[in-house]
Design a protein around this ligand. Structure first.
Ligand code: GAP
Length: 488
């Protein structure tokens, strides 16, 4: 039996497809697992989220600049970064269904079913045993945990498992036509390395002084074995990452700064603070000094949307070692304790890394509401509405002449021409006005303007607000200003 949360999540996925936000990739061939395409409203929303992040990084911070590095990188990059040797997950195969699972996902899925049955304590105990065994890389005991709890394959229903093995998550391909080993290159699993290898190019050409940041958005690829929960975990996805280069010894305060600043960025979209929480990592990667996730309450529970990582000088030092090129910065500022300049050093890095698709899912699931409306005469109606923050909504203003004649479309067209250089407008003449309002609610348009016969008399129009459904009569020549104020 499915829970109300699962039903709600299914409704969000259906809504995303029906209203042109997200489609399964190559759907006419039955789709490709964990790969998705963004439709007309989805691509607008995704771009708006990306722009909102990009501006907050590179426009509101004078000491952050952007780059756009290639997806393909020299293969040694991934040797140096540790991804060739360490970017793997423990997997287990079911011998009957031939399906492969990530061990933690398999056990988490089982724990979720226990929780749904009210066996919360048992679920928590299994998860905590799993955490300990994963940290110790004790795969024999992990397999025992699966067998003892009779965790079965969702496809075959059997517990006929292989041993647990590590699988690398990077996709590889060949450069050029020669197929020998040396030409194997990888689709980047994170955008961050494109920033590290360009550290000095950027520092010198943009004349950056420490502390400074380099921001980048772009595609990343991971061969996630079990990709679940719609666009939450994909094989091709987009990241928005920023590496902040600091003087060694100051990384602790910068880590705290970015931890707080990134949460404030999320809250600046007007989303309820109660839906967010930090999850500080207890088990740290060998190079990390501190790390935390910003988690959001998705319809399937609190999950990571963004990571803040204090990465020490690990990446730059590794690239220095493998490339034999200096990755150092000369700091001319004077150290008060010695009275001498800080001199040459490999900077420390604090990273902020957020998944664009995951942020999209956050916005969509937070925005989706099925509402019952009580009308003035006491009767009820219902609507499905996306309460997307106005500043990132796909369409900002729908312009709707009440009828297709009597000069109303001409007034509406003139308003569209006036507004469209400033924000995205949507023009529509067809269908009853109530039906048109519902369609705009469903795609999250924050403002609708209706031009009626009175508009011809006194140049006034009706503006309707999506969230409150309030309607107000305002001068036609004030519309652009009202919308600009609300979305800025
Ligand atoms: N450079 C650090 C890094 O890549 P990560 O925690 O592996 O860190 C950062 O990824 C963010 O990228 C995550 O918080 C998540 O939002 C997003 N992300 C990671 N894997 C993803 C996947 N398979 N599908 C969608 N988003 C993903």
């Amino acid at each position: 039996m499915s829970t109300p949360e699962q039903n709600n999540f299914q409704a969000i996925i259906s809504h995303a497809k029906e209203y042109g936000f997200v489609f399964p990739s190559s759907e006419i061939y039955d789709g490709l697992s964990a790969v998705y395409d963004y439709g007309p409203y989805g691509s607008e929303l995704k771009k708006n989220i990306k722009d909102y992040w990009w501006k907050s990084m590179t426009q509101l911070h004078e000491n952050i600049v952007g780059i756009d590095a290639a997806i393909f990188m020299h293969p040694t990059t991934w040797k140096a970064s540790g991804h060739v040797d360490n970017f793997s997950d423990p997997m287990i195969d079911n011998k009957d269904s031939q399906k492969r699972y990530r061990v933690d996902h398999l056990i988490e899925g089982f724990a979720e079913t226990l929780t749904a049955k009210g066996e919360t304590e048992k679920a928590e105990s299994i998860l905590s045993q799993m955490d300990t065994l994963l940290a110790a890389e004790d795969y024999a005991s992990l397999k025992k945990l699966i067998e003892e709890n009779k965790i079965s394959c969702p496809i075959s229903g059997t517990c006929n498992w292989t041993d647990i093995r590590q699988f690398n998550l990077m996709f590889d391909t060949k450069l050029g036509s020669v197929t020998d080993e040396a030409d194997t290159i990888y689709l980047r699993p994170e955008t961050a390395q494109g920033i590290f290898v360009n550290f000095l190019n950027v520092q010198k050409t943009a004349r950056m002084k420490i502390p400074f940041g380099i921001a980048q958005t772009g595609k990343a690829f991971r061969n996630e074995i079990v990709a679940r929960q719609f666009i939450f975990r994909m094989r091709e996805f987009e990241q928005m990452e920023m590496q902040f280069f600091v003087r060694p010894g100051t990384e602790g305060e910068w880590y705290q700064y970015w931890k707080e600043a990134r949460l404030q960025w999320h809250l600046s979209l007007g989303i309820d603070a109660k839906k967010y929480r930090y999850h500080d990592h207890v088990k740290l990667a060998h190079y990390a000094k501190e790390a935390c996730d910003i988690e959001f309450e998705f319809p399937f529970g609190f999950k990571e949307v963004e990571g803040i990582h204090s990465r020490s000088d690990f990446d730059l030092t590794q690239h220095q070692l493998f490339s034999k090129k200096k990755m150092q910065y000369f700091d001319a500022d004077v150290d008060a304790s010695t009275g001498k300049p800080y001199g040459n050093y490999v900077p420390y890095v604090v990273e902020t890394s957020i998944g664009l698709d995951r942020m999209f899912l956050l916005i969509l699931s937070n925005a989706y509401h099925e509402e019952t409306i009580t009308k003035e005469d006491g009767t009820t109606d219902s609507r499905t509405v996306l309460h997307i923050p106005a500043k990132i909504a796909p369409n900002k203003l729908a312009i709707l002449p009440l009828t297709k004649k009597d000069g109303l479309p001409e007034i509406a067209r003139a308003l569209t021409d006036e507004c469209k250089p400033f924000f995205k407008c949507f023009y529509e003449e067809k269908d009853a006005i109530g039906k048109r309002y519902r369609r705009q609610d469903a795609i999250g348009t924050p403002f609708c303007v209706t031009i009626d016969h009175q508009s011809k008399e006194d140049n006034s129009v009706t503006i309707r607000y999506r969230d409150s459904m309030l309607q107000e009569r305002v001068p036609l020549n004030k519309i652009k200003e009202i919308v600009l104020k609300e979305i800025s």
